[in-house]
Design a protein around this ligand. Structure first.
Ligand SMILES: NC(=O)c1ccc[n+]([C@@H]2O[C@H](COP(=O)([O-])OP(=O)(O)OC[C@H]3O[C@@H](n4cnc5c(N)ncnc54)[C@H](OP(=O)(O)O)[C@@H]3O)[C@@H](O)[C@H]2O)c1
Length: 290
C-alpha cells in the first residue's frame, strides 16, 4: 500500500492522478488528509482516506498502519515544519513503513550565508532524520517550481514587465507536474533505494530569459528591472503588499541571484523517460491566451 501525505494539495493530488494513470488500483493508494471535506473527490475515486495531522504524532502512527511506501510531501507551515516532519518520520518508523520518499529542496549553499537558510535548514534536518531512521529512503531534491513565477512576477506582468531583485541569476525552474510524475514513477518502480535525486530542469533560466520568452508569447516587448533588494522591498510594501510576502520573495530573489537553484543534472529526465517540460512550454501554457 502506498500513502501520499499532503494529498489535498497540488503535488499530492497530481501524484495520485499519475498513479491512477499508471493503472495502480485506487485500493492500493491511501491519502493522508487532515480535513475529510477536502477529500470527497479522492474518496469517490476509491482512494483510501487516512485522517492525520502532522502535528498529531499518535494519529500519524495510526494513519500509517499497513503502509509500505510513503510519499512524504513537505509541510507548507514554515514555522512548525521542523517538528511536523519529525513527527512524520518517527511515526513512519513506529508504524513499520518500509520506504519513505521525501520531497526535499535543492540548494547549493547549506551554510547560514544562504538567503533562504531558515527555510533550507528544516529540509536538511529532515533528510538527516530520515537517513538515520533506518527506513529505506529516496530524497527528491526539488528545484524551484515554475509555478512560483506567476506569483513572483505578479498578475499584470504582461503589462508591467518584471520588477524583481534577482540580477542575472539562473534557475532550473521545473514544473510541479513533472515532479509529481517523477514521484509516481519512483513509487512504482525499483532501483531507488537510498538514492538522492536532483529534481530539476535540464536548462537554467534568468529573468532576462523569462522576458524574452514572454515577449515572444505576447508579441510585445516585456522588460526586466532588477532593483536593489531594499528598493524592491520598499516599493512593494508602499504598494500594500504584506511585508511577510515581500520578505519571502526578496529572500528567494537574492538566492536566485546567487545561483542557489542553478543545476546541470539530468535525474529528472531519467525518471520521466523524456525531456522535462521547458520553461517556454510552461509559460506558453499560462500566458499564450492572455
Ligand atoms: N519547490 C518549490 O518551489 C516549492 C514551492 C512551494 C511549496 N513547496 C513545498 O512543496 C510542498 C508541496 O507543494 P504543494 O504545491 O502541493 O503545496 P500545497 O498545495 O500548499 O499543499 C500542501 C499540503 O500539505 C498539507 N498539510 C499542511 N499542513 C498539514 C498538517 N499539519 N498536517 C497534514 N497535512 C498538512 C495540506 O493540507 P490542507 O489541504 O488540509 O491544507 C496540503 O495537502 C509544500 O507543502 C511546500 O513544502 C515547494
Amino acid at each position: 500500500m502506498i500513502l501520499i501525505t499532503g494529498a489535498t494539495g497540488n503535488f499530492g493530488k497530481a501524484t495520485i492522478d499519475f498513479l491512477l494513470k499508471k493503472n495502480i488500483p485506487a485500493g492500493n493508494i491511501a491519502a493522508l488528509v487532515r480535513d475529510t471535506a477536502k477529500a470527497e473527490d479522492l474518496k469517490n475515486r476509491g482512494i483510501n482516506i487516512r485522517v492525520g495531522d502532522y502535528d498529531n504524532y499518535a494519529g500519524l502512527v495510526d494513519a500509517f498502519n499497513g503502509i509500505d511506501k510513503l510519499l512524504m510531501i513537505s509541510s507548507n507551515d514554515l514555522v512548525k515544519r521542523g517538528k511536523q516532519h519529525e513527527n512524520v518520520v518517527k511515526a513512519a518508523k513506529e508504524a513499520g513503513v518500509i520506504h519513505i520518499i521525501f520531497t526535499s529542496f535543492e540548494r547549493n549553499n547549506e551554510t547560514e550565508t544562504s538567503p533562504i537558510f531558515m527555510l533550507a535548514t528544516t529540509y536538511i534536518e529532515t533528510e538527516k532524520l530520515i537517513k538515520s531512521s533506518g527506513i529505506t529512503y529516496t530524497i527528491m531534491r526539488n528545484s524551484l517550481y515554475a509555478e512560483v513565477l506567476p506569483m513572483f512576477m505578479g498578475e499584470k506582468v504582461l503589462e508591467t514587465g518584471i520588477f524583481l531583485p534577482a540580477g542575472d541569476g539562473k534557475t532550473a525552474f521545473t514544473t510541479r507536474l513533472n515532479m509529481a510524475e517523477a514521484a509516481a514513477n519512483i513509487l512504482t518502480s525499483d532501483g531507488h533505494n537510498n538514492k538522492e535525486y536532483v529534481i530539476a530542469n535540464e536548462s537554467n533560466y534568468s529573468f532576462n530569459d523569462v522576458t524574452s520568452i514572454l515577449s515572444e508569447i505576447s508579441g510585445k516587448q516585456i522588460n526586466y528591472i532588477s532593483p536593489e533588494k531594499e528598493v524592491f522591498k520598499d516599493s512593494l510594501s508602499k504598494a500594500g503588499v504584506p511585508m511577510e510576502l515581500v520578505t519571502m520573495v526578496a529572500a528567494f530573489c537574492e538566492a536566485i541571484k546567487q545561483g542557489e537553484f542553478s543545476n546541470t543534472g539530468n535525474d529528472l529526465g531519467k525518471l520521466l523517460g523524456r525531456k522535462p517540460t521547458t520553461l517556454k512550454e510552461y509559460l506558453q501554457s499560462v500566458y499564450a491566451n492572455n
